[in-house]
Design a protein around this ligand. Structure first.
Ligand code: AMP
Ligand code: MG
Length: 487
């Protein structure tokens, strides 16, 4: 099997004119060592099960194969609703492309590979803590079947990096078919560079939506596709209790992938207004706002494409968002509740459940997973659900309504439970679990817990022997953790 060094190709993105990026070589990482390697993704890419020294050097940017031309892409974006005319890869480099076993092309990015022309005075590095968070979350979302950039490896170093305190540097190797963002289009649009907007849209269409290539209305179809993918993406986040935390337009993928993990979190107890990002004082990126914000961001994208698509057609594309989002979320929640025959009142049943969970601070993933074992006529199956709530009578009342609703289903309880178990993860990347893996890595140089979690999260629906504790809600004294944006 050939190592990464021999598999990397010059990136397709590098064939665009240099309006779109700055050529940039990585800054060497002193005395690198491997912290994590994702063997599942490695296998899909046809890489050896463990990277050799040369590949470790490639994964952190210390070795750049002769064929590739690393670059930092330029983009802009609306951050917390405010337009910032120039952002760009300030600490990520697109090293090159790699073709996987199925013939699909992926961009390989190194995040934390040093300064670029877009670093804006910052150091171009990532700290080990944040690379572990991104590594685990990418694989957790992928394990849940939610589109995401993927994480291949983390390479660490003892090099100090200054954040709120001194930490150490690491490079995350991540992959995606494309890292183009809504903000990539905004950058050119707001400078009036319509030819570049068109060139970038055609580049994305040719590479990722080839069915639209050559069509007169291809740009409108691209917008339709992004609306649809984004609606499905955010509906899936909502259903699985994921909060991205910083849905700025520069963090929104044109392919509808979860992109740029920072102060994200998964809900433990259900709380609609839960905010994980401690700089988000007004809750713009709170859990329950994510659908609205996705639409706001799509409006920003549509505006950036206004030289290519006329206003009525843009409006028509955007109008599809809400029905798509509501429909996708409803379908996912029905699956989670084991309701196979859709009924008009199902949305109401979901809504009343969320209220009951919120009132009693009940754990969202544990409740839904346990609900699969609920049998309307067996009081013993009610207890583990009531035990999760501080207001069990509200849950009790909801279970009565749910029982009535189940009586209109025709499948056996066992078939329903199997369905529900495939929709409600047993293992979730809860903040306290991620924090423990991070502490072991940063304080004790023990990296096994990262791989342990990755394995559980890669198959989150299947019980794994010895992992019972990972399926439990956080200990009562864990408290609500808010996360720093600095990474
Ligand atoms: P984020 O909020 O992580 O998506 O980053 C927003 C912008 O800040 C992007 O343009 C990043 O490239 C840039 N950035 C974040 N951290 C750093 C860093 N340590 N060094 C240079 N640029 C950074
Ligand atoms: Mg970003």
């Amino acid at each position: 099997m050939t190592g990464l060094e021999h598999r990397l190709l010059a990136g397709a993105y590098a064939r665009l004119p240099t309006d779109f990026y700055a050529p940039q070589v990585p800054t060497p990482l002193p005395q690198p060592y491997l912290i994590a390697f994702n063997p599942d993704l490695g296998e899909q890419l046809g890489l050896p099960a463990a990277p050799g020294p040369r590949d470790i050097d490639t994964l952190c940017g210390n070795h750049v194969p002769a064929r590739v031309r690393p670059l930092a892409a330029v983009y802009a974006g609306h951050q917390f609703g405010v337009y910032v005319p120039q952002l760009g890869d300030g600490r990520a480099l697109l090293l090159g492309d790699i073709i996987d076993a199925d013939g699909n092309r992926h961009e390989l990015q190194l995040k934390g590979a040093g300064r670029t022309p877009f670093s804006r005075g910052a150091d171009g590095r990532a700290v080990l803590r944040s690379t572990i968070r991104e590594y685990l979350a990418s694989e957790a979302l992928h394990g849940l079947g939610i589109p995401s950039t993927r994480a291949l490896a983390i390479v660490g170093s003892d090099q100090p990096v200054y954040r709120e305190r001194i930490e150490t540097a690491a490079v995350l190797a991540r992959l995606a078919p494309s890292h183009v963002r809504f903000g990539s289009f905004e950058y050119f649009h707001y400078q009036g560079r319509d030819a570049q907007v068109r060139a970038l849209a055609d580049f994305v269409i040719d590479g990722h939506f080839p069915a639209f290539t050559g069509h007169q209305d291809r740009h409108a179809r691209l917008l339709d596709a992004v609306v649809e993918r984004t609606a499905h993406l955010v509906a899936a986040w909502q259903a699985q209790g994921f909060v991205h935390g910083v849905m700025n337009t520069d963090n929104m993928s044109i392919l509808g992938l979860t992109l740029d993990y920072g102060p994200y979190g998964f809900l433990d107890h259900f709380e609609a207004v839960r905010v994980f990002n401690h700089t988000d004082r007004h809750g713009r990126y709170a859990y329950a706002n994510q659908g609205r914000i996705a639409l706001w961001n799509l409006h920003a994208l549509a505006q950036a494409l206004s030289s290519l698509i006329d206003a009525p057609r843009r409006e028509a594309a955007l109008e599809r968002f809400e029905p798509l989002f509501v429909g996708a979320y409803g379908a996912l929640m029905r699956r989670k509740l084991g309701l196979r025959q859709p009924q008009a009142e199902d949305a109401e049943l979901v809504d009343s459940l969320l209220h009951a969970l919120q009132d009693g601070r009940a754990d969202y993933p544990a409740f839904l997973r346990r609900l699969g074992a609920f049998r309307p006529h067996d009081a013993d199956t009610r207890r583990p659900l009531l035990a999760l709530s501080r207001t069990p009578q509200a849950i009790d009342a909801w279970l009565d309504a749910y029982s009535a609703r189940l009586s209109r289903e025709t499948d056996s309880a066992e078939a329903r439970q199997a369905d529900m178990d495939a929709a409600n993860p047993l293992y979730v990347l809860r903040t306290h679990l991620a924090e423990r893996a991070i502490r072991l890595a940063t304080d004790q140089q023990q990296y096994d817990e990262i791989e342990r979690l990755r394995q559980l999260l890669a198959r989150p629906f299947s019980p794994q022997p010895g992992a019972e504790a990972y399926a439990e809600p956080p200990p009562a004294d864990a408290g609500d953790i808010v996360l720093s944006c600095s990474s």
